[in-house]
Design a protein around this ligand. Structure first.
Ligand SMILES: [Mn+2]
Length: 300
């Protein structure tokens, strides 16, 4: 059993590193995107990917992870491709590099778990996933809808407005979960399960709505860590009180076994504002539960 105090963890859960899709038999690739040039508030999410990887040192010791009854490596092959590089001061280079990176791995038949970075990174990722799978059902956890029409060219608050305009997502199959900031309720393209409703009704009710909306459509999960309450995720750029608990969000992710999940990103982890690694551990755990959900889905 690996020790918590051994070597520094340089990949997610210590999985093998692989930079060439053809050189690995992994079914899922973990990538980091250390980009925060589209952030409107507290910057620093570029430090997220490595902090999330390091937090997996707390998770790696468990063989058959609770509450599952199997070890991940027995059911799913995972590799870590490291971080996507870009030229600082040139956000457009990140857009190109990330989309090219994602295209390469998706074309090789791999699924992706991507660690942000600010939420802007979801747009190039959605472009690549939609190219591979067609327009997607979006399952979006966040305090904010990120559908604002007014924004800058590189803006972490406008991505799901652009994703819709570009035809990357199917609004009729998409939901936004944990929302607790203003949006136009009378003219909004996505179904919203706001934070009040989610916290009052619990995971079973949330999952019922997700399954009713998404069905068997190819689905992409975009998880802004600020969907969690600041008590559970203080280390993020734009925290909003009244969010979901880590427990509730984990139960919702786990409950998606059997759905046609094609990818996930976990974004907006900002270690400089974190305390005791609460936020990066939450992100690491949510990402790991996605991998377990994919693994469990292979037998359904
Ligand atoms: Mn947000």
């Amino acid at each position: 059993m690996p020790s918590l105090f051994g070597d520094v963890i340089s990949t997610f859960m210590g999985v093998p590193k692989a930079t060439e899709p053809k050189a690995t038999d992994a079914e899922v690739v973990v990538s980091g995107v250390p980009f925060d040039l589209a952030c409107s508030g507290r910057s620093g999410a570029r430090m997220g990917p490595n902090a999330i990887r390091q937090s997996t040192a707390n998770l790696i010791w468990e063989g058959k992870r609770w509450p599952w009854d199997f070890a991940l490596q027995d059911r799913l092959k995972v590799c870590d491709a490291g971080n996507v590089d870009y030229a600082y001061g040139e956000p457009e280079s990140l857009v190109d590099n990330l989309e090219t990176h994602a295209n390469r791995w998706l074309k090789a038949g791999k699924k992706m778990l991507t660690l942000g970075g600010d939420h802007y990174i979801s747009l190039p990722l959605l472009r690549a996933h939609a190219r591979e799978h067609g327009p997607l059902a979006l399952i979006h956890f966040d305090a904010h809808t990120d559908t604002y029409e007014q924004g800058t060219r590189f803006d972490h608050g406008t991505i799901f407005y652009h994703a819709l305009k570009e035809g990357l997502v199917v609004p009729e199959h998409s939901l936004q979960i944990g929302i607790r900031t203003s949006y136009d309720r009378h003219n909004h393209p996505y179904e919203v399960l706001d934070a009040n409703w989610v916290n009052d009704h619990g995971s079973a009710a949330v999952l019922e709505r997700i399954r009713a909306r998404v069905g068997h459509h190819p689905a992409y999960i975009s998880l802004d860590i600020d969907g969690l309450d600041p008590a559970y995720a203080p280390g993020t750029g734009t925290p909003v009180c009244g969010g979901m608990s880590t427990d509730l969000m984990l139960k919702v992710i786990r409950g998606m076994v059997g759905m046609a999940l094609v990818g996930m990103d976990v974004v907006e982890v900002n270690p400089a504002y974190d305390h005791g690694d609460i936020t990066s551990l939450a992100a690491a755990t949510l990402g790991l539960e996605f991998l377990y959900t994919l693994a469990a889905s292979k037998n359904t």
